[in-house]
Design a protein around this ligand. Sequence first.
Ligand code: MGP
Length: 225
Amino acid sequence: MMASAQVQAVVEEASKMQQQEKPKEQNDDSAGEKEEHSDVPSPRTARHPLENVWTLWYLENDRTKHWKDMLSEVAKIDSVETFWSLYYTIRPPSELKVGCDYSMFKMGIKPMWEDEANSRGGRWLISVNKNSKAELDRLWLDILLMMTARIFANSEEICGAVINIRAKNNKISLWTANGSNKLAILEIGQKLKLFLHLQSNNLQYQLHSDAMCKANSSVKSIYTV
Ligand code: MGP
């Protein structure tokens, strides 16, 4: 089974379970039926609410600006429906220009080291070979699905994910909240490796505090799976 199909099967199952756990009034989809294809997400169109609300961010590389000013908020994602309508509306990562990023973070958390929710944390970093555009898009989609479906036992540790399109290797990273929560970080890393079909030693965990004060491009890894 392709990894995307495997992850989607898990997401569908998680979505069904989340629906069963919702109070009856949240399952009432009569209001949503008429507006299923509306571009504007609203609570009335959210037929399969996600456990967390997420924000999609876009970073457009512009050398005249400070890093923080290159970031912009694109949309909020609060349901399976808003996730897919956004996913099919925006360009896939493989079609972004070099220097651009997408980030998807839990609502209220900015995709930057300085945010209170990230400052003590770090990231699992996956380096993606430039040769395969399809592989890049597949990995990004699978990570988004894994986060939104909360398939990690330690989902509360997850802050968000980032994809960097770069001239050398592209990078995908999953940001977690607490770099000293080793057990949670390893559980997340091992599940990423399993579901994304990554090769051994492909996954490195780095602290944001080390990235912030790095002298060059290399940041030490504190965990590897
Ligand atoms: P990058 O975009 O994460 O990686 O960081 P890139 O472009 O592959 O560069 P490399 O250094 O990893 O090889 C590029 C630069 O963007 C950093 O050196 C910082 O100057 C800035 N930057 C990146 N992030 C994630 C942050 C952040 O969270 N906060 C601030 N203030 N600057 C950041």
